[in-house]
Design a protein around this ligand. Structure first.
Ligand code: KIV
Length: 281
């Protein structure tokens, strides 16, 4: 099945040209209703592979498949009118060769209607990024802490402290030179994020990388307080919707047990009743 890209939405070149402008606002979304909520407030909506941990209960993002990303991408597409939609390439769908990456990205773009994909990796992925961008696939890079490399990093640690900063800087420069239109910097020290942001011609999008970046991204379920399995320091909780939802569920359960729900207003009689001029069956 193929999806039609939204030609009225922001494009990757619109985002690229926002370097040094008003900070770019990114959030994740995995479903149509959440996409509808975030669309008018965000410049970019990322269908992140964090969906594996947040919605599917996986321990890491490594078990996420291309089919899962496409299914969530299709759902998000239906909820967006304005924001640029970017879909994450999952672990194992792009690292083998530029050709494998192109086949996966082409499927994601054709089936979801997204205008760009994101992939993790710096210098090691530069050749692939050049191959894809030269063939009609706009790329958002992702360097610093790369969750798909959690086993190599030995955990979700801050990256680029001290002399290790040169490695992250080299990765960011390689991604930009290869043609990416923006790059996520995850969990790196503020001074390093500031330096990389000053050196790169493309916007840096921070997550745990300070306000020195050209924009910010958070996982929407984290900032709404719905997903609590994992609480990194860089997440600010703008609401506690998990607690509100649990209180509502507890109230429902209690009312069912007390036979207080359903009440009269939720019942159907033998004859149709007319409510506000319309018919309620
Ligand atoms: O998968 C994801 O949601 C991400 C962002 C948090 C950057 O990669």
């Amino acid at each position: 099945m193929s999806a039609v890209a939204n030609t009225k939405a922001f494009t990757p070149s619109d985002i690229r040209s926002r370097k040094d402008g008003t900070p770019l606002v990114y959030l994740t979304a995995y479903t149509t209703p959440v996409a509808r909520l975030v669309d008018s407030h965000c410049d970019v909506v990322l269908v992140g592979d964090s969906v594996g941990m947040v919605l599917h209960g996986l321990p890491t993002t490594l078990g996420v498949t291309l089919d899962m990303m496409i299914m969530h991408g299709m759902a998000v597409r239906r909820g967006l009118e304005r924001a640029l939609m970017v879909v994450d390439m999952p672990f194992g769908s792009y690292e083998e060769s530029p050709e494998q990456a192109f086949r996966s990205a082409a499927r994601v773009m054709a089936e979801t209607g997204c205008a760009a994909v994101k992939l993790e990796g710096g210098e090691a992925m530069a050749e692939t990024i050049r191959f894809l961008t030269g063939r009609g696939v706009p790329i958002m890079g992702h360097v610093g802490l790369m969750p798909q490399a959690v086993n190599t990093f030995g955990g979700y640690r801050v990256q680029g402290r001290g002399e290790d900063g040169d490695r992250i800087r080299g990765d960011a420069l390689a991604v930009a030179e290869a043609g990416a239109f923006a790059v996520v910097l995850e969990k790196v020290p503020e001074a390093l994020a500031r330096r990389i942001t000053g050196e790169l011609a493309i916007p840096t999008i921070g997550i745990g990388a300070s306000a020195a970046c050209d924009g910010q991204i958070l996982v929407v379920d984290d900032m709404l307080g719905i997903f609590s399995d994992f609480r990194p320091k860089f997440v600010k909780r703008y609401a506690e919707l998990g607690g509100i939802a649990e209180a509502a569920i507890a109230a429902y359960a209690q009312e069912v047990r007390d036979r207080r729900f359903p009440a009269d207003e939720h019942l159907f009689g033998d004859a149709p009743r007319t409510v506000n001029g319309g018919e309620s069956t």
